[in-house]
Write a protein that binds this ligand. Structure first.
Ligand code: FAD
Length: 392
C-alpha cells in the first residue's frame, strides 16, 4: 500500500499542470494514467504543433451551464502565465490566426516541458495503470489500481472526456463523479464535423476538398472561419465551432460568400454583361466546383439577360443564406472535445473541489466547461489544473 498526499487520475494537460503546482507546494503527488505515454492529446493537438493557448482567452470563449464558473480560474492563471512558462523553456511559438498560439516545431516540446516540471517538483508518474475503484472509507481515499492500492488525502479527477476513444479517452471521470453523488450534465461530442444524410452525401460527394471562408450560424451564434466540404458532410473551423451549439434535428445557416450581397452582384453582372451565363457569373464569385454545384442543385440555367430578379434572388439565397439540416455529427470518433460533464454547481470555482466531498477535485475537460476552437481548451486545462494545484 502506498500513501500519498495527492493522487491525480489522468496525465493529460490538466492533470500534469495540477501535479506540478501541488509538487511545488511540497505535496507528495502520484499521477496515474492507463495510457502508455503521458499527454497523448497534446502530442496530436494542433496538427502536431499544439495550439497551446489563445491571446484573447476570456470567459466568453467557453460554454457551460454556468458561464461564470470559469471566470476565477481563468483570471488567476492566464494565457500570459502559460506563455511565460513556454518562453522560460525557450520554446518557439507563433500566432497563426485569431490569437491562436502554436509551437514553431512540435507539440512534444510542451509535453517535455510539463514532464520536466513534474520531475523537478518530485511528481511520481505511473503509466499503463488502470484504476479499479475509488472510495472514501474515512478521512482519506482508497484507490484500487492494477498496481496495488493507494491511500490519498486528495483525489484529482483529470481524465478528460470520451472524445477520441481510440486514444484511450474514457468517461471514467463521470463514473467517479456519480459514484460520489455528483451530477453529470449529459455529454455530447463537440468541435466535430457534421454529416449529411445519404441523399445529400451522394449529391455533394464530388465537392470533397472544396473550402471557402464562410459565416456559419445557429440561432444567435455565428462564426466566420473556413468551411470545408468532406466526403461525409462539412468540416473546417467554422463548422467545428458551431457544432458545439447545434441541437440535433435543427438547421444551420451558412453564408458562403460573407461580405458580398450576391443578389446585388448578380444584378450588376446582368447590366454589365447580359450575355453571360448565370453559372459563369456565379463561378466568378465562388470556387468553380461550388458554383456548378449550386447551379445544378437550384436548377439554374440560361443567360443573365433572360433571368428574372426572382431567379437571381434564389441563386443569391443559396449562397448567402444556405440552410442545411445535418443528419448528425461524426461523434466522439473525431470530436476534439466533449460538451457537458461534471456539473459545476457541485464544485468550488476557486479550488475545483466538490463541495459535498472534501478532497475530491475535478479539472480540465471532465468538467462542464468547453472552450471554442483555438487554444481555449488547453487554457482551461492549465487554469483549472493550476487552481486545484494550489489547494490539494
Ligand atoms: P486529456 O488531455 O484528455 O487527458 C486525460 C488523460 O486521462 C489521458 O492521458 C487519458 O489517457 C487518461 N485517462 C482517461 N481515462 C482514464 C482512466 N479510466 N484511467 C486512467 N487514465 C485515464 N485543444 C486546444 O486548446 N488546442 C488544440 O490545438 C487542440 N487540438 C486538439 C486536437 C485533437 C485531435 C483533439 C482530440 C483535441 C484537441 N484539443 C485541443 C482539445 C484538448 O486536447 C483537450 O481539451 C485537453 O487535452 C483536455 O485536457 P485534460 O487534461 O482534461 O484531458
Amino acid at each position: 500500500m502506498q500513501n500519498v498526499d495527492v493522487l491525480i487520475i489522468g496525465a493529460g494537460a490538466a492533470g500534469l499542470m495540477c501535479a506540478i503546482e501541488a509538487g511545488k507546494r511540497g505535496r507528495t503527488v502520484l499521477v496515474i494514467d492507463h495510457a502508455k505515454k503521458a499527454a497523448e492529446k497534446i502530442r496530436i493537438s494542433g496538427g502536431g504543433r499544439c495550439n497551446f493557448t489563445n491571446l484573447h482567452a476570456s470567459p466568453a470563449n467557453y460554454l457551460s451551464q454556468n458561464p461564470r464558473f470559469a471566470v476565477s480560474a481563468l483570471k488567476r492563471y492566464t494565457q500570459h502565465d502559460f506563455i511565460k512558462l513556454v518562453d522560460h523553456y525557450g520554446i518557439g511559438w507563433h500566432e497563426k490566426t485569431l490569437g491562436q498560439l502554436f509551437c514553431d516545431d512540435s507539440a512534444q516540446q510542451i509535453i517535455d516541458m510539463l514532464l520536466d516540471q513534474c520531475n523537478r517538483n518530485g511528481v511520481q508518474l505511473r503509466l499503463e495503470t488502470s484504476i479499479t475503484s475509488v472510495s472514501k472509507p474515512d478521512d482519506r481515499f482508497t484507490i484500487g489500481t492494477s498496481q496495488g492500492t493507494v491511500r490519498a488525502h486528495s483525489v484529482v479527477v483529470a481524465c478528460g472526456g470520451p472524445s477520441i476513444p481510440k486514444m484511450g479517452a474514457t468517461g471514467f471521470g463521470y463514473e467517479v463523479a456519480k459514484r460520489f453523488g455528483l451530477q453529470v450534465i449529459e455529454p455530447h461530442a463537440a468541435l466535430v464535423p457534421f454529416v449529411f444524410d445519404d441523399v445529400m452525401r451522394e449529391r455533394s460527394k464530388h465537392m470533397a476538398g472544396v473550402s471557402v471562408d464562410a459565416v456559419v450560424s445557429y440561432k444567435k451564434t455565428s462564426f466566420r472561419e473556413g468551411l470545408l466540404f468532406t466526403h461525409r458532410g462539412l468540416s473546417g473551423p467554422s463548422i467545428l465551432q458551431i457544432s458545439s451549439y447545434w441541437e440535433e434535428g435543427k438547421d444551420i445557416r451558412v453564408n458562403l460568400l460573407p461580405g458580398t450581397d450576391v443578389f446585388e452582384a448578380l444584378k450588376s453582372a446582368k447590366q454589365a454583361q447580359p450575355k453571360q451565363e448565370l453559372k459563369t457569373a456565379l463561378a466568378g464569385l465562388l470556387p468553380k466546383k461550388l458554383a456548378a454545384h449550386i447551379t445544378a442543385e437550384q436548377k439554374l440555367s440560361g443567360r443573365l439577360a433572360d433571368t428574372s430578379d426572382k431567379v437571381l434572388r434564389k441563386a443569391a439565397l443559396a449562397v448567402n443564406e444556405w440552410t442545411i439540416k445535418p443528419v448528425g455529427t461524426e461523434g466522439y470518433r473525431t470530436a476534439e472535445v466533449t460538451l457537458g460533464g461534471v456539473n459545476t454547481k457541485a464544485l468550488s470555482s476557486k479550488t475545483m473541489e466538490a463541495t459535498s466531498v472534501a478532497g475530491l477535485y475535478f479539472i480540465g475537460e471532465v468538467v462542464d466547461v468547453t472552450g471554442h476552437l483555438g487554444g481555449y481548451n488547453f487554457q482551461w486545462a492549465w487554469s483549472s489544473g493550476h487552481a486545484a494545484g494550489q489547494f490539494v
